[in-house]
Write a protein that binds this ligand. Structure first.
Ligand code: ATP
Ligand code: MG
Length: 417
């Protein structure tokens, strides 16, 4: 992509009312646009990152047997009345609206009810189970506080997966597989060493649910972390009794701020019973399906990456989520040989499938470098009179600042690694 053509613009200042670092940087770097508090549009650069995160999640969900589908964001009250969650005091973030012809509708906050009702039409026998389905779909939540940039918005895409199992044991086995798949996702997107499985409240059907919390001062949650064991307890359930349950000692735990990037939740038969999702077991007896739900927020993950990995110059994207792998910058000062060389390299990188943002703009070198630091592509490739006289290009690494002159013949190889 030629930067002169790219639909975006970097800015010196973020909107005055924007308090979150992730949104400030993403707006300044031209990834997102603020529509209003708690609502952001994704510009081409931002969508590339979001899509990369979505794709990583998709691969890991498919790897454990997930099947992707998509439910509607418009929801009928009927299913929600059956589970007694249509009430605003049961779900306090509902956005509701009305049909022209009369009657209420909900805008999806989550999907347990409609999916359970849908499943009841497709699951009859033990042979139809287990099933694991997931979606990337827009949720609407009337969040009271929306001060965390793209980490807490009133409209956001969620990956929500739901498991439908024949019994508790089958459910637990899959639940642990999801936990492992989540850790793979966090490792791939660059948050692996800062994200910890955290015991949290399980609601009425299970003692615990599990959250995945990324350590970060900007986090809204507080967790008590055991670094050695790599697990934590959410402050909300932190009591002597729970610690004893988990064989954790108070003096071995650190209290830290964290961002809940994902969670997994045993649902038992809470929804299957009220929505009539049963199956005939091998002896022909009707049994309620045992369910679990598993959420991840691609936008919250993107915001967390920015919070955790950026530096004073701008964003630092990990390789797998970066909008481009290489940022090619020509410093020509009017020298057409430099322009021709940069054009040639751009074609070369494209031919080799290296996703490249090519800063071909007619602006000062300082501006190009500052923008490159702000945008945060992992490898910067500079072509100038100087690098040409040295027989190559200057390649530098955004995350550790390492710089080297790389001969023409080795560029492709170098950028691949
Ligand atoms: P929180 O306690 O932070 O409000 P939650 O318990 O409501 O989170 P879930 O309903 O389980 O979260 O949603 C699953 C995932 O969706 C969360 O782990 C998070 O990554 C993401 N998510 C939840 N609410 C938002 C939001 N308002 N904006 C962006 N992402 C969100
Ligand atoms: Mg919430």
């Amino acid at each position: 992509m030629r930067q002169s053509q790219l639909f975006t613009k970097t800015r010196k200042q973020a909107p005055k009312d924007e308090v979150a670092k992730n949104a400030q940087l993403l707006i300044r770097a031209g990834f997102i646009h603020k529509e209003m508090a708690g609502a952001y549009s994704y510009l081409p650069l931002g969508l590339r990152v979001l899509n990369n995160i979505v794709q990583i999640i998709r691969e890991e969900m498919d790897a454990i047997g997930g099947q992707e589908m998509i439910l509607t964001a418009l929801q009928s009250p009927n299913n929600w009345k059956k589970s007694d969650r249509w009430r605003d005091d049961a779900i306090d973030v509902w956005f509701k609206t009305e049909l022209k012809g009369g009657g209420e509708l909900g805008l999806a906050t989550t999907h347990e009810e409609p999916l359970t009702a849908l499943m009841s039409e497709y699951v009859q026998s033990y042979k139809d189970l287990p099933k694991y389905v997931y979606q990337f779909q827009t949720k609407f939540r009337n969040e009271l506080r929306a001060k965390s940039g793209i980490m807490r918005t009133r409209e956001f895409v969620m990956k929500d997966l739901y498991s439908f199992s024949r019994n508790e044991e089958e459910f637990r086995t899959f639940y642990e597989e999801v936990a492992k798949a989540y850790m793979k996702v966090f490792a791939r997107i660059g948050l692996g060493d800062k994200t910890f499985r955290t015991f949290a409240s399980g609601g009425s059907f299970s003692k615990f649910s599990d959250e995945f919390q990324t350590i970060c001062d900007a986090g809204e949650d507080t967790i008590h972390l055991h670094r050695g064991k790599g697990i934590a307890v959410n402050k909300e359930i932190y009591t002597d009794e729970i610690l004893a349950d988990l064989s954790l000692k108070k003096n071995e735990l650190e209290e830290v701020k964290a961002i809940e990037v994902g969670n997994i939740f045993p649902l038992g038969t809470r929804f299957s019973e009220v929505l009539g999702l049963t199956f005939k077991d091998e002896s022909g007896n009707a049994q309620p399906v045992v369910m679990g739900s598993y959420g991840l927020g691609p936008g919250r993950l993107m915001g967390t990456i920015v919070e955790v990995l950026s530096d004073e110059k701008g964003i630092v994207w990990p390789k797998e989520v970066a909008p481009f792998s290489a940022h090619l910058i020509s410093i020509s000062s009017g020298n057409s040989d430099v322009v021709a060389e940069a054009d040639r390299l751009y074609e070369l990188l494209r031919e080799h499938g290296i996703e490249t943002l090519y800063d071909d703009r007619d602006v000062r070198a300082g501006e190009k470098f500052a923008d490159a630091d702000l945008i945060g592509v992992p490898s910067r490739v500079v072509v100038s009179e100087k690098t040409m006289s040295e027989g190559g290009v200057e390649v530098s690494n955004r995350s550790n600042g390492g710089t080297a002159i790389v001969p023409d013949s080795e560029i492709v190889e170098r950028l691949r690694n």
